[in-house]
Write a protein that binds this ligand. Structure first.
Ligand code: KIV
Length: 271
């Protein structure tokens, strides 16, 4: 009889317990099997199949072009690599806005076809009906307030949101609306740290910050940024844990030299 090690799975309940205990939540994005398996093995709490795949995987300027089918493809690959983390998948632009029936149908497709555990959508009171409809089907929903990249053409800039009192007040109200609508957590992107702290204290559900300071209940980074795969994107909130861009450049140059100088492959690297 083989003894199987019990794998502790992260659930939405786990995240709520973590908030209650004051334990911070660590979340990163993932879009493929290999990276997802490494992040999961390292014990990350939540993996977000972000629509930032549109930027970092497909090379688009914004998150708008990525499709529901493409998000499902990325989500399937991530789910195959995960034993422990909660996998949350972004509903892409155009798959939920202004139509709660469509929002539910898109969420059901993600859950059924990828095996992910939850969906995420952007926006405040305007998406609360969709959140109610999706959660009433038993699908957990993560909200997203502050800088919501699917609205980039409305904002016109990627700078910090909710700096003025009017927008800060709307964000406070939206956060409460999202909690009441049934969200299990909310991403707060690029807002003042003090506002994120205030909202986090007010809510029962956890907040996950990106560029929102230390008082959020958890943190998320885009994995390509966190690993330093991209040298050009250097916002103040980003801490690079590796410098893979430069490491890969050096490795490729060395490989090319080795091939051209006939150093690779050597006798022990052939049959
Ligand atoms: O798509 C994404 O990567 C995100 C994070 C920035 C939170 O939504």
């Amino acid at each position: 009889m083989s003894v199987q090690k019990e794998i502790k799975k992260t659930t939405t309940r786990t995240l709520l317990d973590m908030k209650q205990k004051g334990e911070k939540i660590a979340m990163l994005t993932a879009y493929d099997f290999t990276i997802a398996s490494i992040l999961d093995k390292a014990g990350i709490d939540v993996l977000l199949v972000g629509d930032s795949a549109s930027n970092v995987m497909a090379g688009h300027e914004t998150t708008l072009p990525i499709t529901l089918d493409q998000m499902i493809y990325h989500a399937q690959s991530v789910v195959r690599g995960v034993n422990h983390a909660l996998v949350v998948v972004d509903l892409p632009f155009g798959s939920y806005q202004g139509n709660s029936k469509r929002a539910l149908e898109s969420s059901i497709r993600i859950m059924k076809e990828s095996g992910a555990h939850a969906v995420k959508l952007e926006g405040g009171s305007e998406v609360s009906d969709s959140i109610k409809r999706i959660t009433s089907a038993g699908i957990p929903v993560m909200g997203h307030l502050g800088l919501t990249p699917q609205s980039i053409y409305k904002f016109g800039t990627y700078t910090v949101r909710a700096k003025d009192e009017e927008e800060a007040d709307k964000l406070r109200k939206d956060a409460i609306k999202l909690e009441q609508a049934g969200c299990f957590a909310i991403v707060l992107e690029k807002i003042p740290a003090q506002l994120a702290g205030e909202v986090s204290q007010r809510l029962t559900i956890p907040t996950i910050g990106i560029g929102a300071g230390a008082l959020a209940d958890g943190q998320v980074l885009v994995t390509h940024d966190f690993l330093g795969l991209n040298n050009e994107f250097s916002p103040r909130f980003l801490r690079r844990y590796l410098h893979l861009h430069d490491m890969i450049l050096d490795a490729v140059k060395k490989y090319s030299l080795d091939v051209k100088s006939k150093d690779f492959p050597n006798n022990s690297e052939q049959y």
